[in-house]
Design a binder for this molecule. Structure first.
Ligand code: AMP
Length: 207
């Protein structure tokens, strides 16, 4: 029958193609070159769907894809999904979700203005601390928000810390560790049990 596998464009696609190849799953064209967004595998009857990162959980939750590969940040931001299981940590794309603010500037005592692309993660984090915040949704380049006075603090992904440093910011609190995860649709777990199990087991041995 074959599995339908949804992947992020960019970093995850680049890092995952060799892992998939090691599991015997190779797209019929090079996704880095082709403009196609759906690829068949050379063998095994699998399909790869290339989507935006935030859409991977949507495709898997709705059963359009059996399997998805995406960052833990995307899964957490998607929130409370009942339609898929997180099955495997690929151990790649490691980074941290952090709060950050301008170097040497203490956070204000009143309502904190927090800019982030990850509004659900941000709300949950501050709710758990009973800290009143105004969350400002941005699509990227959060680092400039405190510099321009739009926010006091940001919530963003930090790897080396160089991006924060270059923008006069410092990491403050760690919200969680992030890495690339494999998710599986709940129904596929039953209807394609053998194929899913074999895929996850093979992937687990190559990571
Ligand atoms: P760095 O300057 O190394 O701390 O990297 C920070 C920036 O790179 C962040 O703003 C993210 O957008 C991006 N980034 C770094 N690592 C990852 C990752 N594993 N997944 C997604 N984005 C990342």
């Amino acid at each position: 029958m074959g599995l339908v596998i949804a992947l992020n464009k960019g970093r995850i696609l680049k890092e995952c193609l060799p892992l998939l190849a090691a599991c015997g799953i190779e797209p019929d064209e090079d996704p880095h070159v082709s403009r196609k967004l759906i690829f068949s595998s050379r063998s095994g009857g699998h399909q790869l769907i290339i989507t935006r990162s935030a859409d991977v959980p949507t495709y898997v939750e709705n059963g359009v894809a059996d399997v998805g590969v995406t960052g833990k940040d995307t899964i957490l931001e998607y929130g409370g999904a009942m339609g898929f299981y997180e099955m495997l940590d690929l151990g790649i794309g490691r980074c941290r979700m952090m709060t950050a603010g301008p170097v040497g500037v203490p956070e204000p005592a009143g309502v904190l203005r927090v800019a982030s692309k990850f509004v659900n993660i941000t709300r949950t984090f501050y709710q758990q601390r009973s800290r009143q915040v105004e969350v400002i949704k941005l699509s990227g380049a959060m680092e400039i928000a405190p510099l321009l006075g739009l926010a006091d603090t940001i919530v963003d992904i930090v790897d080396t810390g160089n991006t924060l440093k270059a923008n006069g910011l410092e990491a403050r609190e760690k919200i969680c560790d992030i890495s690339t995860r494999v998710i599986v649709n709940r129904a596929s777990m039953k209807t394609k049990f053998d194929e899913v199990r074999e895929f996850i087991d093979r992937l687990a041995t190559v990571v």
